[in-house]
Design a protein around this ligand. Structure first.
Ligand code: TXA
Ligand code: MG
Length: 369
């Protein structure tokens, strides 16, 4: 299948509108179209069609027990999708929609089996970019959309990354530039008395507590799935290997993270490999000093081996910048054929919870503390 690409100028132009209309027509015909949201690119299909939703699972290689999020253009569009619009859900819609928050509710009879993957609930989200909402509105149906990557790979945050995974697999891609949040939406289950975060994301626990009072975190999120047989997260997708770059990744956590990373760099067997580093700007500065010292030593003393060329990606100095560029950098390491990736973590407060959840999975829980 030839994949169409619409590049938007994002000036609300007639040309953009025409592109969105063409893309929406493909959705109505039951085809798959990838589109940007504020979090990551979604792989869209008609969310009320079992057949269209099935194509998503085939294109991604997605396990059949992993349900899809329905994306809507207007708040009132949720009414047809749930049999119980509870009070907590109303508060969340009011406060955080449109935005990077997915709400889980009891499903209505309209939801196809394939979308809810056999659950009694449905996950709904209203994205904040005007372009995404116009696209959904033109499609005249809720759009089911997982992240537009092949299952297990990092989510795409630009059209080129979607193309890498989905070229000739789907009908089209709307190129609306880079996503500004960079990690997937927060998922909150509102079907129990105390709402529960099933996946951390751009809307933090603190932000939710401000409007809801008590909010729980799915206890499974704090477990290491490799050591724990009882790892049964309530969002089925959280149990799968995710966000993985091709190279083996090690994540350094805690206050000695950079020091430990540096020591690893000097290991004999590492010296021969192409190593990618994912660190903050401040850490990159500190590391540059250490590397210079090491180089000097190896010039003066032939028994000390020089380091290989390193591929250093530094993301800035705050968590927002890390969230925005994390998946992009993981995919760039793949393109550059890094053989090993060494990364440092951040503290788990605020956006840090979502970031560390993704980074630990990317590293397959290969963590040095
Ligand atoms: O930011 C996002 O949410 C992006 C953009 C495209 O909107 N979408 C996204 O979809 O991340 P996906 O399919 O990659 O992740 C959806 C997650 C999965 O872990 C899935 O198991 C969970 O949502 N989920 C979907 N429906 C659910 C339900 N009814 N109950 C619990 N978890 C659900
Ligand atoms: Mg995903």
């Amino acid at each position: 299948m030839k994949t169409r690409l619409w590049k938007l100028d994002k000036k609300n132009s007639e040309a953009d509108f025409k592109a969105l209309e063409e893309a929406a027509e493909l959705i109505r015909q039951g085809e798959l179209v990838a589109f940007p949201t504020e979090t990551v690119y979604g792989l869209g299909a008609n969310g009320l069609s079992d057949e269209a939703a099935k194509k998503i699972y085939a294109a991604k290689g997605r396990p059949a027990d992993n349900p899809l999020i329905l994306h809507i253009a207007k708040k009132e569009d949720i009414l047809a999708l749930t049999s119980d619009l509870n009070n907590n859900a109303k508060i969340l819609m009011d406060k955080f929609w449109p935005g990077p928050l997915t709400i889980v509710l009891k499903k209505s009879g309209l939801i196809p089996e394939t979308v809810s993957a056999g659950l009694e609930t449905v996950a709904v989200r209203m994205p904040s970019t005007k372009m995404a909402r116009t696209f959904i509105e033109l499609a005249k149906t809720p759009i089911a959309a997982p992240s537009a990557n092949k299952s297990g790979r990092p989510s795409p945050t630009n059209a080129k990354d979607v193309l890498d995974d989905m070229d000739e697999v789907i009908a089209g891609i709307i190129d609306g530039g880079s996503c500004n949040i960079g990690v997937e939406s927060t998922i909150v289950d509102t079907t129990s008395a105390v709402p529960m975060i099933l996946r951390p994301g751009g809307i933090t626990k603190q932000m939710l507590e401000e409007v809801l009072g008590e909010v729980k975190l799915d206890p499974a999120l704090l477990l290491n799935p490799q050591n724990d047989e009882n790892f049964k997260p309530k969002a089925p997708g959280m149990k799968y290997r995710h966000y993985a770059p091709k190279a083996k990744m090690t994540l350094f956590e805690g206050k000695d993270a950079l020091e430990n990373l540096f020591k690893s760099l000097l290991k004999e067997d590492f010296l021969k490999q192409k190593i990618g580093l994912l660190i903050s700007k401040d850490e990159a500065k500190l590391l540059a000093f250490k590397l210079k010292e090491w180089e000097k030593k190896s010039e003066d003393d032939s028994s000390i081996k020089p380091l290989n060329k390193l591929l250093i990606y530094s993301w800035g100095n705050n968590k927002k910048e890390l969230a925005e560029s994390l998946y992009t950098y993981l995919r760039m390491f793949d393109h550059e054929k890094a053989e090993l990736i060494l990364a440092t973590g951040v503290s788990e407060d605020g956006l840090g919870l979502a970031i560390m959840n993704r980074m630990r999975k990317s590293a397959s829980y290969n963590i040095v503390k």
